[in-house]
Design a protein around this ligand. Structure first.
Ligand code: SAM
Length: 231
């Protein structure tokens, strides 16, 4: 069972995703739990303030460390390894992940690593970002989904959670499906390069003169395997 905790100013961005596969199946089969925490609920005043101007000047607003710390304390209040203890241990099977363009670039290896964890907390930034002390003191991992900027950490958190959820045994239709996919380390290992899956086709055989490769219609499994492996 993996417990996912999501700290965000926009919990509504997650709800429709959680009602669909693969999340829905993971919850039904008790393989995962997804809990949303609204950062606004940990604001420092009645107006719901969670951000402030950057020290040193500059445009935009920065999410403050204190509401984030208070939320993390709340998330881990029932955890026998309390927040400060497991932050000291850093890499273990519980992680606090800050989504940030400054982080390590996400890939399938990281998805596999995180899928072994029991508890994953995602901190979704917004506006101009998050007070850097969160990255320095309150996280075990800082992850970027690529070299571009989106408006918040919500989409990056969904990308990461969905790729991890797909790796949980019993979630995909066929047990070995995730092992045969693009970037998986079993069938697609080619000269130590992780490659993408072979092209796939379905009916009809010909659509407006666009044809399915003949070999796939041949019934010759040896030839099909050869074609699929690119040889
Ligand atoms: N000012 C920041 C910069 O230039 O790096 C960008 C802040 S961005 C508008 C707001 C939030 O979106 C970030 O704090 C982060 O949580 C999230 N975010 C944006 N791009 C991301 C990416 N490529 N990977 C992960 N998170 C990202």
């Amino acid at each position: 069972m993996i417990k996912f905790n999501i700290l965000t100013l926009f919990p509504q961005l997650f709800t429709s995703h959680f009602e669909e596969l693969p999340y829905k199946k993971a919850v039904e089969r008790k393989k995962a739990e997804y809990t949303l925490y609204n950062l606004r609920g940990y604001a420092l005043d009645k107006r719901g303030t969670v951000d402030d101007k950057p020290y040193g000047g500059g445009t935009g607003m920065i999410l403050m460390i204190e509401p984030i710390y208070n939320a993390l304390e709340d998330i881990f209040k029932h955890d026998k390894d309390n927040l400060n203890k497991f932050l000291k241990q850093r890499k273990n099977d519980k992680r606090i992940i800050l989504l940030s363009p400054r982080g390590e670039t996400y890939n399938q290896r990281k998805a596999e690593e995180l899928s072994e964890c029991s508890n994953l907390t995602f901190i979704c930034g917004r506006y101009e970002g998050v007070d850097s002390r969160v990255e320095e003191y309150l996280c075990t991992d800082v992850i970027s989904i690529g070299n571009y900027v989106v408006s918040g950490g919500e989409l990056p958190a969904l990308v990461i959670m969905e790729s991890i959820t797909r790796l949980i045994p019993g979630i995909l239709e066929k047990e070995d499906a995730s092992k045969n996919e693009s970037f998986s380390n079993i069938t697609n290992l080619n000269n130590n390069q992780y490659t993408v899956e072979y092209p796939q086709y379905t009916r009809p055989e010909i659509f407006m003169n666009m044809k399915v490769p003949k070999v796939l219609l041949s019934g010759n499994h040896k030839e099909i395997e050869k074609w699929r492996s690119g040889n």
